[in-house]
Design a protein around this ligand. Structure first.
Ligand code: PRP
Length: 216
């Protein structure tokens, strides 16, 4: 029997994801060892293997079938626009994709001014401003600490994730417009959904059962 390969997102989501997989009987103690530099972890008994990847790469591994399934944020799924099935909203990692900036930038948005928008998510920003708001903007791609951009005059606003809102508050910025809600999702390769149907659908069913029990 071939392995069922699952791509997990490094960082914030990984720990919660492992906890959830444990609840459906999929364990991998090796992966919890934070000092390990190993990239692939295998549970021979279950015929399952995991690997940790950068968030943005998880949909890529899944689209190409290098992973049968993956767990990543909805932000990544929207941004990457890969061909895959999104099958479960896991309900954790909840946050919002928002347009943020100093309060004074609200007027610029209202009057559809040609402004600069800094973001790690150019695809999401473009879709929002061009297709939903019909506002022409200049989008500037950054790779992190996006809140810096309006503080140092790189852009008027940012499109970024807001979780607790602390980063915005501590830097004198605020949410100006909400784009969408985000959370962790399970994604499946389109071929694996057919070829590994039994194993994939069982895992989906088990995960849904655990999530339902948690909600009760
Ligand atoms: C994310 C996001 C915000 C922050 C929001 O950044 O880009 O900066 O978290 O969280 P908060 O609302 O709870 O303050 P992350 O920490 O992932 O790092 P990055 O800035 O390098 O992208």
């Amino acid at each position: 029997m071939s392995y069922l390969t699952i791509a997990l997102t490094k960082g914030r989501l990984a720990y919660k994801t492992l906890g959830l997989l444990e609840q459906v009987g999929i364990t991998c103690d090796e992966m919890k060892d934070e000092s390990s530099r190993k990239l692939i972890f295998t549970n021979e008994d279950l015929g399952v293997r995991f690997f940790l990847a950068k968030a943005n790469d998880v949909p890529t591994y899944v689209e190409y079938g290098a992973a049968d399934m993956g767990i990543c944020g909805k932000d990544t799924i929207l941004e990457e626009g890969r061909k895959l099935y999104e099958v479960i909203d896991l309900g954790f990692g909840r946050c919002r994709m928002c347009v943020c900036g100093p309060g004074s930038a609200k007027e610029l948005l209202r009057h559809h001014e040609l402004i600069r928008v800094a973001t790690k998510y150019p695809g999401i920003a473009k879709d929002y401003f061009y297709n939903k708001k019909h506002q022409t903007v200049e989008i500037i791609k950054l790779n992190g600490s996006i809140e810096l951009a309006p503080l140092v005059g790189l852009s008027e606003v940012i499109v970024d994730i807001v979780e607790t809102g602390s980063t915005l508050r501590e830097n004198g910025l605020t949410v100006l417009e909400e784009i969408c809600d985000l959370s962790a999702r399970v994604i499946v390769n389109q071929v694996s959904m057919k070829r590994e149907n039994q194993r994939v659908t069982k895992l989906i069913r088990d995960l849904k059962t655990v999530l339902q029990e948690e909600r009760l």
